[in-house]
Design a protein around this ligand. Structure first.
Ligand SMILES: [Zn+2]
Length: 267
């Protein structure tokens, strides 16, 4: 069993998990800790740039478990997220550890899994002068798509109940355990399956993305997929920002939003 102290945890965490911008902030209060004996060799740089972690992977996993159990969210990173942070830090330092191509692939994978680590707000490419921001799935709106179908199924259920002289109600009101078993074991699953099948019929391949407008920061959403028989786009959508009227192009594949140049301004 490895005994761990907070003084061991903090520098290790900083070295492995903290994004560049936060790192400087954290180092303000971590540095005094690590410069005190008996931890002279622990440094933020050593793990990334010398490849010399000061504890073993086994010890690190143990530290991580302890942090998770004590409620820290910082420690709950997937291996992809960890790799992404490492790659970004190494790149900032001028010593990239993976190709641009691999980095973009990794980032896309993280975006698709809705990892907050890979999401960045509005920014601008100096080279192409294109303003863009990252898009993420709007789960709330995706769930909301199911509401009409759920209401329809419930309405049908009440109608059946009414027409059959409250046969359904009789089952629901059966004494324990039959009534609750009927509701939870049969009625609710059937409603769920029917509602989601109807929703899938109405909104085929539905995907709702949201992103901040690169021009003004207002949140914009865009729907991908079909609506009933109307075929919708699955890769690109053009929308106008409701606030600043900028023409935005949502890319569902890259999970990115770019500002389209206004007419007459094109290169
Ligand atoms: Zn805008």
């Amino acid at each position: 069993m490895v005994q761990v102290t907070e003084q061991q945890i903090l520098p290790q965490l900083a070295a492995r998990h903290v994004p560049h911008s936060l790192r400087n902030l954290l180092s303000l209060w971590i540095n005094p800790l690590i410069s005190q004996p008996p931890f002279p060799s622990l440094s933020l740089q050593s793990f990334y740039y010398d490849g010399m972690p000061s504890i073993t992977d086994e010890e690190f996993d143990l530290l991580k478990d302890e942090l998770v159990w004590s409620g820290s969210k910082v420690a709950v990173l997937s291996s992809d997220e960890q790799r992404f942070l490492e790659a970004q830090m190494a790149f900032n330092k001028g010593t990239p550890i993976m190709s641009n191509e691999d980095f973009d692939k990794l980032k896309l994978r993280l975006k698709e899994s809705s990892s907050a680590i890979a999401l960045q707000g509005p920014r601008c490419s100096i080279r192409s002068r294109i303003m863009y921001s990252d898009a993420q799935v709007d789960y709330l709106k995706l769930v909301a798509l199911n509401i009409p179908a759920a209401l329809l199924v419930l309405f049908a259920l009440f109608s059946i109940d009414d027409l059959t002289g409250f046969e359904v109600t009789k089952f629901i009101e059966l004494p324990q355990p039959w009534g609750p078993t009927f509701v939870w074991g049969l009625l609710l699953p059937v409603i769920y399956v029917l509602a989601s099948s109807l929703t899938n019929l109405a909104f085929k391949d539905a995907l709702v993305l949201k992103a901040k407008c690169p021009s003004c920061g207002t949140e914009n959403t865009s729907y991908f997929g079909d609506i009933f028989v109307v075929a919708g786009s699955r890769d690109k959508n053009e929308v106008a920002c409701p606030n600043c009227k900028a023409k935005l192009s949502f890319d569902a594949v890259k999970r990115q939003v770019t500002v389209q140049p206004a007419a007459g301004e094109a290169a």
